[in-house]
Write a new protein. Structure first.
Length: 564
């Protein structure tokens, strides 16, 4: 008889276990041979139980006739080790091929039932001991189920998440003394006016200060004195609706509002451009709400990702920017010191990303390429592939490891693509020349917090794209930039960061160009109040700023950011 039949007989034996358990003293009440037979059977059961308790095994390996190759080996092992329901014969054998008597079945079933009874008693003791806690947990689970049901019923979308960021910025540059404007005949470039080589914000700024780009524009600007050295309290607010239809794709629609003016913190032509400072498109300080991102990203296979949109930024669709220095204060230092290539061009465009698929934690290669037309999105008279649309073609190849990264990048910019954060004089304006820029940047950071900081560095070289106003049609200039940044984690308190950076914003060494190789410095300390709130005081200084008549300039901010 095989084991399965033995187990079936054991279950059947449950029906006879009660009479077999009759105590010997009850024999006197039985009559004749029946009494004698039942007494003898009871004696056999008692002897088998004594033998079974003496020969109970704790491992299936104690049976000399049970081998790992036997088909029932694993089942026997579980019965022995987990439940203690198997007994052997005195000679150390299991005799799995032998027939099983009803007595053997009864003894086996009894051993199993005893074991189950022990487990049940232990479980009941635990239930009694933790009865209060189990009641509380049950109540909480019921409450959570109710809340989840309510959230599911009231959620505005099953595919979209709302992410927000609001920054309050108290800032000032006491020594920023831009030359006063007294020319009442100056005219302003309004949104949509096609002036060679400059975007809407730069056109307004240029006209406000009487430069040549105002010629041919349409609206007069009243006389005023421009000395933006007062301390201001500005804001920047962003609300992003991130939608995913497959769990791997992303449709981003972002609303934004801000009230920064172009000087000294809002314009991309200033070295003091703040990362959080954004002018309302085309209107400066109007505090309008506008859509500043609208694009869709989706994967193609395991290594390729594609992006397309009417409002997309070239630096945001790169796999990574090769820098660990993230103060979120001065725009130039946040761009690895190579703002001529990573110039934050935003407009209609598309991008391609290839990221090598490797095991988690291993270094991988990346290749990125994107095309952005800066001006075509807000002026339907300019095509997205027209050279007047401010074409930016950015590509990079890089390597990224767990705590390091490096990349070589190249950007081609057509006539209206800006050279960002340049330290050039007012007489040097963006002209009709194209620009070719190349950069190399990288970073390393320690795996653990300590006194050793992360180190970031970058260098960029840019040929063409800018010229002297009086000779813009015949002359181009070359510019360079670089930076080194150090950042420490968990300074004074866990979660707080501190950093120091120095470098030179895009400058020129060409003859007859009003520029200088001035040094810029930035210090910051980011205090993480909570997971959602941070406060960052920062100080910055430049020793020879061309937009400030070649004088040294300094400033500071206290930036409070809320994320939700």
């Amino acid at each position: 008889m095989n084991l399965s039949k033995k187990l079936l007989l054991a279950l059947a034996g449950a029906s006879i276990s009660a009479p077999l358990a009759a105590p010997a003293q009850e024999v006197a009440s039985l009559n004749g041979s029946a009494a004698i037979n039942e007494y003898m059977q009871q004696q056999d059961v008692d002897r088998f139980r004594a033998w079974e308790s003496k020969n109970q095994v704790t491992s299936v390996n104690q049976f000399s006739d049970v081998l790992p190759t036997d088909w029932a080996y694993q089942a026997l092992s579980n019965l022995v080790e987990k439940y203690g329901c198997v007994a052997g014969y005195p000679n150390g054998k299991f005799k799995g091929g032998n027939a099983m008597t009803r007595y053997e079945a009864a003894a086996l079933l009894n051993a199993c039932l005893d074991r189950i009874s022990e487990v049940t008693d232990e479980l009941q003791k635990l239930l009694n001991e933790f009865d209060t806690e189990l009641t509380v947990l049950t109540s909480r689970v019921d409450g959570l189920e109710s809340k989840v049901g309510k959230l599911q019923a009231q959620q505005f979308s099953t595919t979209t998440k709302l992410r927000g960021e609001v920054s309050f910025v108290i800032a000032g540059a006491p020594n920023f003394n831009f030359p006063a404007v007294t020319n009442t005949s100056a005219v302003a470039a309004v949104r949509g006016t096609r002036l060679t080589g400059v975007g809407p914000a730069q056109r307004i700024e240029a006209c406000n200060f009487g430069t040549a780009n105002c010629v041919g524009a349409s609206a007069a600007v009243p006389a005023r004195t421009a000395k933006p050295n007062a301390t201001t309290f500005n804001y920047d607010a962003r609300l992003a609706f991130d939608t995913s239809f497959s769990g791997k794709d992303l449709l981003r629609t972002r609303l934004r509002s801000g009230n920064f003016s172009s000087l000294p913190f809002g314009s991309g032509s200033q070295v003091f451009k703040l990362d959080k400072a954004e002018q309302s498109q085309g209107t400066g300080t109007s505090s309008n709400v506008w859509i500043d991102r609208l694009f869709y990203t989706f994967p193609v296979g395991d290594e390729i990702k594609l992006t397309a949109g009417a409002l997309v930024r070239n630096t945001e669709i790169l796999t990574f920017i090769p820098s660990a220095y993230k103060s979120d204060i001065l725009d130039f230092f946040n761009l690895a010191g190579v703002s001529g290539t990573y110039n934050k061009a935003t407009g209609a465009g598309f991008g391609f990303n290839w990221k090598q698929k490797v095991a988690k934690g291993k270094p991988f290669l990346v290749f990125d390429a994107n095309y952005i037309a800066q001006s075509s999105f807000d002026n339907s008279t300019i095509g997205a592939f027209d050279s007047d649309s401010g074409i930016n073609f950015l590509t990079q190849i890089g390597v990224r490891g767990p705590n390091y990264g490096a990349a070589i990048a190249y950007r081609y910019g057509s006539a209206n693509s800006a050279l960002r954060d340049a330290n050039l004089a007012n007489s040097v304006v963006v002209s009709g020349k194209s620009l070719n820029g190349v950069s190399i940047a990288g970073f390393w950071e320690p795996l653990d917090s300590g006194w050793v900081p992360s180190i970031s560095a970058g260098y960029g070289y840019y040929d063409g794209g800018t010229g002297i106003a009086s000779a813009a049609s015949t002359r181009t200039i070359t510019t360079q930039s670089w930076m080194v940044g150090l950042q420490w984690k968990d300074v004074l308190l866990k979660g707080n960061n501190a950093g120091f950076a120095l470098g030179q914003a895009p400058f020129s060494t060409d003859l007859n160009v009003a520029s200088s190789q001035s040094m810029m410095y930035e210090f910051f300390y980011k205090y993480q109040v909570s997971d959602n709130i941070s406060v960052t005081p920062a100080f910055f200084w430049v020793n020879d700023y061309q937009r400030n008549a070649g004088s040294y300039t300094w400033g500071g901010v206290i930036q409070t950011t809320f994320r939700f």
